[in-house]
Design a protein around this ligand. Structure first.
Ligand SMILES: Cc1cc2nc3c(=O)[nH]c(=O)nc-3n(C[C@H](O)[C@H](O)[C@H](O)COP(=O)(O)OP(=O)(O)OC[C@H]3O[C@@H](n4cnc5c(N)ncnc54)[C@H](O)[C@@H]3O)c2cc1C
Length: 301
C-alpha cells in the first residue's frame, strides 16, 4: 500500500500488511536506476497485483543500519511510528513493485528500482548505500486485487497512452510486462540521461518515444509537451491514459490529453509520484491538513 491520510485515520485494510525485507543484491540498470532485490520469509505472503503496484517502504533514519518499528499492528502502528523521536523514526516512502517472483530454489524475491537523485534525500541516499543483509520494513499487498494498483483501463479501451518520468518508469515497465499481445500502446518516457533508456520487454504493440531531459522546471515541462504535440498518437475510439511522474508535469500532461486531444477525463489516470521542491513528508503533511485535493497524498493534482 502507498499509505495515505485515510489510512492514518482508518485501520490499514486487510489487503495490506507489514513485510520484513532484506537486501539480497543490487544492480545498476542505467545512469539513474539502481535495482534492489529483496528477500525475506514474510514475502511468502506477498501478493503483488502487478502493473503499477505500489508499496510503502520504511527506511532506517541516519545512523541506523536496519529499520525498527515499535508496532506492526494494523490498529496501532501509525500512532506508534508518528510518536517516535524524529531522529529515530524510519522514513516512509512510496515505491513500485517492479517484479515479484519465486526462484527455482523456492526463494521469494521482490525487485524495486530506485532512482538515485542525490545524496541528501533519505530514500535516494539509502538506496545508494544498500548492501546485502540490510533490513527494512514495508507495508505491501497481501492480496493481488488491491487499491494500490492504479492502472485500471475500462474493458472497452482500444489503446493505452502513457507518460512517465524516471520515478514512474518502473511502474510503466511493469505495466508493459503484463499487457496482452497486440495491445496498442503509445508512450512517452522522460528520463534524465541517455543511458536511462532501458529495454522494456513487452508483447504489446508499443510505440515509445524517449525524452532525454534537457532543462529543469518549466523548461522541462515544455520539452515534454513539445514531444507530446509532435508525436500524434494512433487514432483510438476509447483511449485510456496513464500518467505518472513529477506532479507539475503530470498536471500539464493531463491538461494536454483532456483539452488538446479531447480524451474523456474519466479515462485519464494520473498520479504525482513526487513534487519538485517537496519531500514526501511535506506532501503527506499537506494531505493530513486537507490541502491536497487528490486521493493520493503524493499527488497535488
Ligand atoms: C505510487 C508511487 C510509486 C513510486 N515508485 C517509485 C519507484 O519505483 N522508483 C522511484 O525511484 N521512485 C518512485 N516513486 C517516487 C518516490 O517516492 C519519490 O521520488 C520520493 O520523493 C523519493 O524519496 P527521497 O527520500 O529520495 O526524496 P524526498 O525526501 O521525498 O525529497 C527530497 C527532495 O528531492 C526531490 N525529489 C524527490 N524525488 C526526486 C527525483 N526522482 N528526482 C529529483 N528530485 C527528486 C523532492 O522534490 C525534494 O525536493 C513513487 C512514488 C509514488 C507516489
Amino acid at each position: 500500500m502507498t499509505a495515505t491520510a485515510q489510512d492514518a485515520d482508518a485501520p490499514a485494510a486487510a489487503h495490506f500488511r507489514f513485510f520484513a525485507l532484506e537486501v539480497l543484491r543490487t544492480r545498476r540498470l542505467g545512469h539513474s536506476f539502481l535495482r534492489v532485490t529483496f528477500g525475506g520469509e514474510s514475502l511468502a505472503d506477498f501478493r503483488s497485483g502487478g502493473y503499477d503496484q505500489s508499496l510503502s517502504l520504511f527506511l532506517p533514519p541516519p545512523g541506523h543500519e536496519h529499520t525498527v518499528l515499535p508496532s506492526t499492528d494494523e490498529d496501532t502502528w501509525f500512532g506508534a511510528w508518528r510518536g517516535m523521536p524524529d531522529e529515530e523514526r524510519p522514513v516512509m516512502r512510496s515505491y513500485t513493485v517492479r517484479e515479484q517472483r519465486r526462484t527455482d530454489g523456492g526463494v521469494d524475491e521482490v525487485d524495486i528500482d530506485f532512482v538515485l537523485h542525490g545524496d541528501t534525500s533519505p530514500a535516494s541516499h539509502w538506496a545508494g548505500r544498500a548492501v546485502t543483509g540490510r533490513r527494512i520494513m514495508a507495508i505491501g499487498p497481501a492480496v493481488a486485487e488491491n487499491k494500490s494498483v492504479r492502472f485500471q483501463p475500462p474493458a472497452a479501451t482500444d489503446a493505452i497512452w502513457m507518460y512517465a518520468d524516471e520515478t514512474a518508469l518502473p511502474a510503466a515497465a511493469a505495466i508493459l510486462d503484463r499487457l496482452d499481445a497486440g495491445t496498442r500502446v503509445r508512450a512517452w518516457f522522460e528520463v534524465p540521461h541517455e543511458d536511462d533508456r532501458l529495454d522494456l520487454p513487452t508483447l504489446a504493440d508499443a510505440d515509445i518515444t524517449w525524452i532525454v531531459r534537457a532543462g529543469a522546471g518549466r523548461e522541462r515541462t515544455e520539452q515534454v509537451l513539445e514531444a507530446l504535440r509532435s508525436g500524434e498518437p494512433a487514432s483510438a475510439e476509447a483511449p485510456y491514459a496513464w500518467l505518472a511522474g513529477e506532479a507539475g508535469t503530470v498536471r500539464a500532461v493531463r491538461r494536454h490529453f483532456v483539452q488538446e486531444r479531447s480524451v474523456d477525463r474519466r479515462a485519464v489516470r494520473f498520479t504525482g509520484y513526487w513534487r519538485l521542491g517537496a519531500s514526501e513528508e511535506e506532501l503527506l503533511a499537506e494531505a493530513y491538513a486537507g490541502q491536497a485535493p487528490s486521493e493520493d497524498p503524493a499527488s497535488e493534482l
